[in-house]
Ligand binder design. Structure first.
Ligand SMILES: NC(=O)c1ccc[n+]([C@@H]2O[C@H](COP(=O)([O-])OP(=O)(O)OC[C@H]3O[C@@H](n4cnc5c(N)ncnc54)[C@H](O)[C@@H]3O)[C@@H](O)[C@H]2O)c1
Length: 330
């Protein structure tokens, strides 16, 4: 057995950053991805197996051959708005395909699993910052799917001895500080790259959905976490599982919220561009404030975020987007 870690969705935004970190740590990341939203260029020098998690036999064949130490499961569909329009797509890709993967891994006696969960499991929270034991009350099929998988993991653990760490990310943001990797979704739904698209001249203005929320400036507040800090958390989770740690669920955020208007202001400073805004009505199912308590992972896994400053997060995204515009985006 070598130090292979199978990374589903490793050609995507967050997965590719984790793959880079795994390689740096001396692991052999093996990416399994159907390239539906991922990119071949994001895999760099690592191995990429093109395949779909819906293809149980293929997944099982790969696992049987490669015998990874652990699986990191990023693959999935992640547009909240789309999940409301197409719940069947989200339950198939995020729930049924996750169950396929779990079944295939158990059939190969692989028992360490790291899952990409989300703040969407909490819905509209009653308590800020949100602790992990807050009630789960998702308000869209995307969040509901993450809850299904988390709940199932507990039963797989009890029945089959699977150990897992579920990481509930808040708003992943920023890019590889070396600007080799970054966020490139089409269409882009995340706030920071959408704002930076305006600074690049690709869009005339940034739309702000809702300016009458019960927040200091009326716009929604979110907790932005740098993708490299997420990557570090995955490495710590892997080490913990391989050391025999029990299954756990951790939030991942900076415990600090920024409003949409504040993010636009920071982007103006970073880019030197005026970034015009257009105010429009609220989107359905957008909670006013989502801020994580990340005390548990800090305490238990000694996780320390290095990019807890929004300006630095936006700077890394900006460097990537200026480069990506030239090299990758037609
Ligand atoms: N980006 C965020 O802010 C955020 C926040 C919370 C949770 N998450 C979760 O993190 C994970 C990664 O998110 P991301 O932003 O990197 O998304 P992404 O779309 O960039 O990456 C997902 C990857 O999975 C692949 N994929 C999708 N369906 C597949 C399938 N059936 N078989 C094989 N590969 C498949 C895609 O091609 C892509 O490379 C997702 O599970 C998402 O729900 C993301």
């Amino acid at each position: 057995m070598d130090n292979c870690v199978l990374v589903t969705g490793g050609a995507g935004y967050i997965g590719s950053h984790v793959v880079k970190e795994l390689r740096r740590k001396g692991c052999r990341p093996l990416v399994y991805d159907n390239l539906s939203t991922g990119h071949v260029w994001a895999v760099k020098e690592d191995e990429l197996i093109e395949g779909d998690l819906g293809d149980y036999e293929h997944v099982q064949r790969i696992l049987h051959k490669e015998r990874p130490l652990a699986i990191m499961h990023f693959a999935g569909s992640s547009s909240v708005g789309e999940s409301v329009q197409l719940p069947e797509l989200y339950f198939r890709n995020n729930v049924i395909n996750s169950f396929n993967l779990l079944e295939a891994m158990l059939s190969c006696d692989i028992k360490s699993f790291i899952f990409s969960s989300s703040a969407a499991v909490y819905g509209d929270p009653q308590q800020i910052p949100i602790p992990e034991d807050h009630a789960l009350a998702p308000v869209n099929p995307y969040g509901e799917g993450k809850v299904f998988v988390e709940r199932a993991l507990r039963w797989y653990e009890q029945a089959h001895g699977l150990r897992y760490i579920s990481l509930r990310y808040f708003n992943a943001a920023g890019a590889d500080p070396e600007a080799e990797l970054g966020e490139t979704h089409n269409p882009e739904t995340h706030l920071i790259p959408r704002i930076l698209d305006v600074a690049l001249g690709k869009k005339p203005c940034i739309e702000i959905y809702g300016t009458n929320y019960d927040t200091p400036d009326g716009t929604c507040i979110r907790d932005y976490i740098h993708v490299n800090d997420l990557a570090q958390a995955h490495i710590l989770a892997l080490e913990a599982l391989l050391d025999g740690a029990p299954s756990r669920i951790y939030n991942l955020g900076n415990q600090r919220g920024f409003s949409v208007k504040e993010v636009v202001d920071v982007a103006r400073v970073v880019t030197g561009h005026a970034i015009p805004v257009r105010e429009s009505s609220r989107r359905q199912g957008d909670p006013p404030v989502l801020v994580a308590s990340s005390e548990r992972i800090k305490k238990e896994l000694d996780w320390k975020p290095h990019y807890d400053d929004l300006k630095r997060i936006v700077e890394t995204a900006w460097r990537w987007m200026k480069k990506g515009k030239v090299e990758y985006q037609k």
